[in-house]
Design a protein around this ligand. Sequence first.
Ligand code: FAD
Length: 403
Amino acid sequence: MTGNDVDVVVVGGGIGGLSNALALSRKGLRVRVLERAQEFGEVGAGLQIAPNCTRILDRWGLLGEITSLGVLPENIVMKDAVDGSVLTRLDLHDVERRYGFPYMVIHRSDLHGTLLRACREAGVDLVTDVAVTGYEQAAGGAVAVHGGGGEFGGVVVAADGLHSVARRILSDDEPVNSAYVAYRGAVPFDRVAGLDVHPKDVVVYVGPRCHFVQYPLRQGELFNQVAVFESARALAGEADWGTPDELDAAFERACGQVRAGLPLMWRDRWWRMFDRDPIMNWVSGRIVLTGDAAHPPLQYLAQGAVMAIEDAWVLSEHVGSAGGDWDAALAAYNEVRTEHCRRVLTTARAWGELWHHDGDERLWRNGVLRERDVHDYTYVDWLFGPTALTPEQEPPMFPARVP
Ligand code: FAD
């Protein structure tokens, strides 16, 4: 086993793990990251990051770099996927004025690469090709066990994603299959230049058991698309589900703008969509869950990576103010983050249901969304505002309206 040469061992070098490593090293701690892959990296294409995330990236001194790599879209526009009509929108200039920080879209590898570089500069020990297989409590800390022995840290931060090994210490739950699958694709912008797309907006087409997302990336050089649908074969219990033939069938009723985008999706890989039921304790001794290991959501609120970054910031702030008392810091983190993330997980499920309505329910949804005042922030204030450090700071989800 490696000796007492680090204060913190972080398991997993995704966006969540690197954020924890950076945040804790900024508090003066010696941090080692163990990543099972041969190289650090991110798979996938675009990521939306809301003001509750860009606020934290600013505190870490990374917002300028991130902004130079991403895109600040003008609006989030929601449209009906069947008839293509506009249902509602968020004015993102107004969002930035309201929350003080921008809503941004960025290539995952650009965000991950920025965090990796910042970790290197902060002196984080970044280790690849180490798969953690178990955890042990130890005097004054915990051990992340792997094929080569184990790594001791005063704390072990588990950021090992949806299939977290560490989570098994706290729960015997399994990932919940939504029966939905996502196809992604980022292409040079000139491939869509002749199509009816919004080059400066995030557009979400919501449709019967499907939705389709489009937005620019890399200062407009790339155009990102995500096609999500419910798989009939998954519902029938078949093992082979989410295949490209199902993609085409799922969008048969979609409007021309959506169907024009489908041929540009990557068809050689797809992402089956699982979340987990919320659990309200993420701490066992000196082992703590963060990111998707703690709270993997369905992605409909675009808050999964954002929550992982918030976790890192909240944990590090409590570590900073607890004066070396790890148990106090972990308890304070657990107290505020579990409830916030529970809300996000359950709201993301409900949001998905609203998006995917058909028949009369679709017409009802469209009517409600068209009536919405575009400057009404009732449903996003609790997400986009400053990340709470204590339960008392956590805003109510949907404040009662004064008649
Ligand atoms: P992961 O990204 O899963 O990283 C875990 C890391 O741990 C990996 O590097 C893995 O190799 C490593 N690892 C795993 N097991 C071990 C082990 N045993 N030992 C060592 N290393 C290990 N979120 C947003 O905020 N905005 C969005 O717009 C958004 N869009 C999304 C769209 C789709 C289609 C999907 C599927 C998700 C989306 N998300 C979005 C969610 C977001 O991608 C995740 O919530 C986020 O990436 C979780 O980060 P993480 O670091 O916690 O976990």
